[in-house]
Design a binder for this molecule. Structure first.
Ligand code: 3UK
Length: 536
């Protein structure tokens, strides 16, 4: 392997020892990369040189940046990082901002400068930021001025954090003004394929956040797997969607994948289901990335918009209920591409598209990845038996200085924490998060299956199913239900929902308790927080 280009070797020094890495697979010829490679050069300069210079790269309601305009911005920011902030290759740069062309340019600039991007969710408060800054030993930050308040509190608590430069700001020392006085050509740092370029923190529900470390190679590998084999994306595609660039689902789907094929991406902040539908119409988007709950809400409003440009829609982040898959198809005619990904794996590793889709299944391992289902001792279980999902491929889990590496990676496999079942045809069917399985009266019950049944009832907008403690049965199935407009909560409707579930799935799985709610707790990435429902 080529020598590192990092002068600050903190990240490389903090990698788990090789024997604790997952086994990496590079069977596909497209995954054979040269020893030296800077992913931003591949995603940007290569595309400018390949004839995309004057084509739109990033769009929003203010206008478009072409590939050459984007490169110009990226190179100026890279100069600011190196000259104004005196950063050296290997330094960590915290990035804060909603989805916006500037945020995208900052990520690419950090990579070109040979530094390591540490993107953070816009809603994080100073306390969470401080944990990330300290864990990743962040050297500097680029932050949207709208997020200044918490950033300044965090800066006060972390003296090691050097400079913070704000963008979307008219001050003389803001990023835009600094960029204006810098050259528009920057010679990218010639990094090794195994130099860390991204520390992505998991949206972990408990404990200290985990930083997952990804190499320049990993960024390209995810671009050369799912988008090629499953999405079949092309240069004339227009990508759109909601996941934040600080979430690797959004970073891949809304920045890396489009750039890799010379396509355009639409980056918008503060999207609601309604605004996303309107934006699909306004920008004639062809590929959409968002979470199942968004699709469910969009399906009921889709008729009011012209969505004829849409060709592919990708759902990830949590399980896609079959009721959502069905209503999306009815509303748009599109077969949803479900895909399971994880921050540790960088992006999607099991999925299916088009005729390969089997309702109720996430899909099969995409080319480049392998998967199996293991029992608690790490032995494969036969088809039809629920166990722990295990995957390996060109990307995999490498936590930044974290003992939990040994929980996620065992015998070379990445254990995602999901309970899955493989059917006789090799399709992988999601059951639950391993620690969300409900054990009631000796039966194993997967909450999402009960949720799926409830969502088919006309009154149910959203729901969450958990195991609630019960003296007699250990746990009982309890459903938290959000009703659609026009439906009245009460004992009558609760009984109706219970009967509805009994008729749809094995009766012992029906929710013995139902509680009506105005909303459900979700993470910024759209995941239902079942542990919060459990801990109430
Ligand atoms: C769950 C799914 C069922 C699953 C992610 C696409 O979600 C992403 O990363 P996170 O680290 O969470 C990982 C966990 O989320 N999950 C994700 N997708 C599905 N469960 N069906 C799905 N389709 O528990 C997984 O272990 O936040 C998703 C791309 C990049 C990502 N980081």
């Amino acid at each position: 392997m080529a020598a590192t280009a990092h002068i600050d070797t903190f990240a490389n020094d903090s990698l788990p020892p090789r024997e604790r890495w997952p086994e990496l697979l590079f069977d596909l010829p497209e995954l054979h990369y040269p020893d030296r490679l800077n992913c931003a050069v591949e995603l940007l300069d290569r595309m400018v040189d390949a004839g995309h210079a004057d084509r739109p790269a990033i769009c929003n309601y203010q206008g478009n940046w072409t590939y050459s305009q984007l490169r110009d911005k990226v190179d100026r920011i890279a100069h600011v990082l190196r000259q104004d902030l005196q950063l050296v290759p290997g330094n960590r740069v915290l990035l804060r901002g909603a989805n916006h062309p500037m945020m995208a340019a900052c990520v690419l600039a950090v990579w070109k400068a040979g530094c390591i991007a540490v993107p953070t969710m816009p809603l994080l408060r100073a306390k969470e930021l401080t944990a990330i800054i300290d864990k990743a030993r962040v050297n500097a930050a680029l932050c949207a001025s709208g997020l200044r308040e918490e950033m300044e509190i965090a800066r006060g608590r972390s003296p090691a954090l050097g400079k913070v430069v704000y963008f979307h700001d008219r001050a003389p020392d803001a990023l835009e003004q600094r960029m204006a006085s810098r050259s528009a050509r920057f010679d990218a740092v010639d990094t090794s394929v195994e130099d860390v370029c991204l520390i992505a923190f998991t949206s972990g529900t408990t404990g200290i956040p985990k930083g997952t470390m990804h190499f320049h190679r990993d960024v390209l590998a995810v671009c050369d797997c799912f988008p090629r084999s499953t999405l079949a994306s092309q240069a004339d595609d227009i990508f759109i969607g909601t996941p934040p660039l600080a979430f690797t689902f959004g970073l891949g789907g809304l920045l890396l994948f489009p750039l890799r094929v010379g396509a355009a991406t639409v980056l918008l902040e503060k999207l609601t289901p309604e605004l996303l539908l309107k934006a699909v119409q306004d920008f004639r988007a062809t590929v959409c990335f968002t979470a199942p709950t968004f699709y469910r809400q969009m399906a009921s409003m889709a008729a009011r918009y012209d969505l004829s440009s849409l060709k592919k829609t990708v759902s990830a982040g949590e399980a896609l209920p079959s009721a959502t898959r069905d209503s999306w198809r009815q509303a748009t005619g599109l077969a949803m591409i479900d895909g399971i990904g994880a921050t540790e794996m960088l992006h999607i590793f099991i999925s299916a598209a088009g005729d390969a889709i089997r309702p109720g299944a996430t899909g099969k391992p995409i080319p480049g990845y392998r998967a199996c289902v293991l029992d608690d001792d790490g032995n494969p279980v036969p088809p039809g038996v629920i166990g722990r999902l295990a995957v390996k491929g060109p990307t995999g889990c490498r936590y930044l200085a974290d003992a939990r590496q040994a929980d996620y990676v065992r015998n070379g496999w990445n254990l995602t924490g999901d309970a899955y079942e493989m059917d006789a045809d090799g399709y992988f069917r999601y059951r639950a998060r391993t620690d969300d399985m409900i054990i009631s009266g000796g039966y194993n019950i997967a909450g999402p299956e009960v949720e799926d049944a409830l969502l088919k009832h006309a009154a149910v907008a959203e729901c969450g199913v958990i195991g609630a403690p019960d003296e007699e049965r250990g746990q009982i199935v309890k459903a938290f239900v959000v009703l659609k407009q026009g439906f009245e909560p009460g004992a009558a409707l609760a009984a109706e929902l219970q009967n509805f579930v009994k008729n749809a799935i094995a009766p012992y799985k029906y929710p013995r308790a139902i509680e009506f709610r105005a909303g459900l707790p979700r993470t910024e990435t759209g995941k239902l927080q079942r542990y919060r429902l459990r801990n109430e």
